[in-house]
Design a binder for this molecule. Structure first.
Ligand SMILES: Nc1ncnc2c1ncn2[C@@H]1O[C@H](COP(=O)(O)OP(=O)(O)OP(=O)(O)O)[C@@H](O)[C@H]1O
Length: 271
């Protein structure tokens, strides 16, 4: 099913579910509608299913049931041209950056263009235009002066900025960021997340970002989707997230009959 180009939604999951090959159901049937330009943060304890949901949005994890709908591409996860087109327009930012350490920063950013090219074209050398695009992406993340530095000579925060530039060069409309600041110190994490947020807002990109830091989620998200044991247990604006919701998210305590576990919520928020 396809909606009109002026659609008020970019993507929808309809009862999307994932059972891994060992039989574990990491994502229960999940239906979400994600609007263009929305900065959506996925929260939940370790193992709640955040990465599984996020990666199923571009087929890095294959859903075993349900559907993913895009407003302008039919059956985006069906493979072939539809999946290629969906991935071409989807930037990914990973916790561990996945940079090639011995290559320059510029070369790493150019790698982002591979997602947009046929395998034949990707054998050709980078053009002047390609390099200008890469430098422009580096400029946006404040690293143009590091273009010719080896990637492994950068700090963790700088490497993550390169990861953002590599995603940006694809000119995506959807950004999927899987715990993009989990391995950074709190100050660097905040500046990298602020940058990602600002770029998404300026370019009107839709973002789905998994995070562990509740305070960042509250500050940056337009909408928080909270997962517990593969199920959505919260979906709303940051201001609507209560201490009880947080408790439920981080204890997996979805049953009202289950014994309560008390968490130090202020400490969690500040972590
Ligand atoms: N390839 C796999 N095969 C089997 N089980 C898996 C696989 N990948 C993840 N899981 C399991 O699925 C559940 C959800 O994992 P997922 O990585 O989506 O959680 P998460 O919320 O992103 O966790 P974290 O915050 O620790 O990254 C976990 O119990 C995990 O062990």
């Amino acid at each position: 099913m396809t909606a009109s180009p002026s659609s008020s939604w970019l993507l929808q999951t309809r009862s999307l579910a994932v059972v891994y090959s060992n039989g574990y159901q990491a994502l229960q049937p999940t239906s979400l509608t994600i609007r263009p330009g929305e900065f959506l943060v996925l929260l939940g304890a370790s193992g709640a299913g955040k990465s599984t949901l996020l990666r199923s949005l571009n087929g890095l994890v294959r859903p075993t049931a349900g559907e993913l709908l895009l407003h302008d591409i039919d059956h985006p996860l069906s493979g072939g041209r539809a999946l290629r087109e969906h991935r071409r327009r989807t930037g990914m930012v990973f916790q561990q950056h996945h940079l090639i350490g011995r290559q320059t920063v510029l070369a790493n950013v150019l790698m982002g263009l591979l997602a947009t090219r046929s395998s034949l074209r990707s054998l050709a050398p980078w053009s002047k235009d390609d390099k200008e695009k890469a430098l422009s992406a580096l400029d946006r993340v404040g690293l143009i002066d590091k273009a010719l530095t080896r990637a492994d000579a950068l700090s963790g925060g700088q490497q993550q900025r390169v990861g953002i530039a590599r995603a940006l060069i694809q000119q995506p409309r959807l950004m999927l960021a899987d715990e993009p600041v989990a391995s950074l110190d709190p100050h660097t994490a905040e500046s990298v997340l602020q940058l990602l947020h600002d770029i998404c807002k300026t370019d009107h990109l839709t973002a789905v970002v998994s995070l562990h830091q509740i305070d960042f989620a509250k500050r940056f998200a337009d909408r928080i989707v909270g997962l517990s044991q593969g199920r959505v247990v919260f979906d709303g604006k940051p201001a609507a997230l209560t201490d009880a919701d947080i408790q439920r998210l981080y204890t997996g305590n979805v049953s009202h009959d289950a014994p309560e576990t008390h968490l130090d919520i202020p400490a969690l928020c500040a972590a």
